[in-house]
Design a protein around this ligand. Structure first.
Ligand code: ATP
Ligand code: MG
Length: 364
């Protein structure tokens, strides 16, 4: 049997720093759990531009299409801001998403007890929170035609079109139902069917997919504005939320901040199933390259570590090992270890990126 394969793309800024900590964890799984991964590493973003003059080399793109999962750090930085749009670091990431056709963006909002005080909400509202937002990532109003700024009489008109096909809705709905079966078995679909045709179709198709393929999962529908309100009022009523590109953009950012620092938030972007039945997948922390703290050993590696935990769960079918890794993170936080981004209280000295990674390995 061949080992599961993983392509690591550390990228720019704090990307390589947080990825070095994931490397320690992969090594731990290899030596202590006898779970070896075929790991290859390559360049993306500014690092790829510096070497190849492009933010994503064709060979790297081809490799990404072959492996079981891609784990990416972060791309971009001030050094590359003046570059032409076509070779900007971010284009490397966009090309990966587009060519791998990663249509389902998963962003968990999970609150570790030790950080419940860190949220802007009351502790009982967020303590124990564990929800997942599934955002449609490759269609909707960000891509629909016609679009543009046109002249109408004396004034300019800005136009975007929300457009969804049945198949686009059905495939992201399936991702959400599949996920729900592995979690709390509950999906809430959010749109605005009261004012948008695409919302009417969204609700119809989600309902059809549910009845035909996932009748065992509990399904509810909510208008996205009411959903936003409920998400802030009592987020624990949700398990999986599935929604379109635009609403998902807003709702997942809001949900993320229920739980605290950017340095804590992982994400997964999933595509169609491969030959092995598991989806094409790219995992990455929600945060960017954080040039302000790059190279100082201050970055919190937990978002990247939790992204690897998502890879264990969704690409490698190692749910129990993912639980183990998440429990180790929880343990380290409960022990009071904090990188600088997690510090509110007086009198606590922050640990470095490397110390945080070592602590997670020790907890494992
Ligand atoms: P991008 O455009 O790539 O999303 P950004 O400027 O929006 O980047 P980040 O690069 O994520 O955002 O950084 C935003 C702020 O959060 C910065 O001040 C940075 O120091 C902090 N930050 C981001 N990630 C981390 C992390 N892993 N650990 C500690 N601080 C972080
Ligand atoms: Mg940003």
């Amino acid at each position: 049997m061949t080992n599961p394969s993983l392509l690591i793309l550390p990228g720019d800024g704090i990307g390589p720093e947080v990825m070095a900590e994931v490397r320690k964890i992969i090594e731990w799984f290899g030596t202590k759990r006898n779970m070896a991964f075929d790991v290859s590493e390559d360049l993306v973003g500014g690092a790829a531009y510096d070497k190849h003059g492009t933010p994503l080399h064709d060979d790297t793109m081809a490799k990404a299409q072959e492996v079981d999962a891609v784990l990416l750090g972060a791309v971009g930085g001030p050094k590359y801001e003046a570059l032409d749009f076509s070779v900007k670091p971010e284009r490397g990431l966009l090309r990966l998403r587009k060519e791998m056709d990663l249509f389902a963006n998963l962003r968990p909002a999970q609150c570790f007890d030790a950080l419940a005080d860190f949220s802007s909400l009351k502790k009982d509202v967020v303590a124990g929170l564990d929800i997942m937002i599934v955002r449609e990532l490759t269609s909707g109003i960000y891509f629909g035609e016609p679009r543009g700024i046109i002249k109408e009489g004396n004034e300019r008109v800005g136009i975007n079109t929300q457009r969804y096909t049945e198949s686009e809705i059905a495939r992201v709905a399936r991702s959400a139902f599949e996920l729900a079966r592995k979690r709390g078995n509950k999906v809430c679909s959010m749109e605005k069917a009261n004012v948008m045709e695409s919302g009417v179709l969204w609700r119809d198709v989600v309902t059809e997919v549910h009845q035909a393929e996932y009748p065992d999962v509990e399904l509810s529908h909510m208008y996205a504005d009411a959903g936003a309100m409920q998400l802030c009022r009592w987020p624990k009523q949700f398990d999986v939320i599935v929604t379109d590109n635009l609403f998902g953009d807003l709702l997942s950012d809001a949900a993320a901040m229920l739980t605290g620092s950017l340095g804590m938030l992982p994400s997964a972007s999933l595509g169609a199933p491969m030959a092995n039945g598991r989806p094409k997948a790219l995992y990455e922390p929600v945060h960017g390259s954080a040039p302000d703290i790059a190279g100082q050993g201050k970055a919190n590696p937990i978002a990247c570590i939790l992204s690897f935990a998502m890879a264990l769960r969704y690409s490698f079918d190692l749910g129990a090992e993912a639980d183990r890794l998440e429990a180790a993170v929880e343990q380290v936080l409960a022990d009071g270890k904090r990188t600088a981004d997690l510090l509110g209280e007086e009198g606590v000295t922050p640990v470095s990126t490397g110390e945080m990674g070592d602590a997670v390995v020790a907890a494992l």
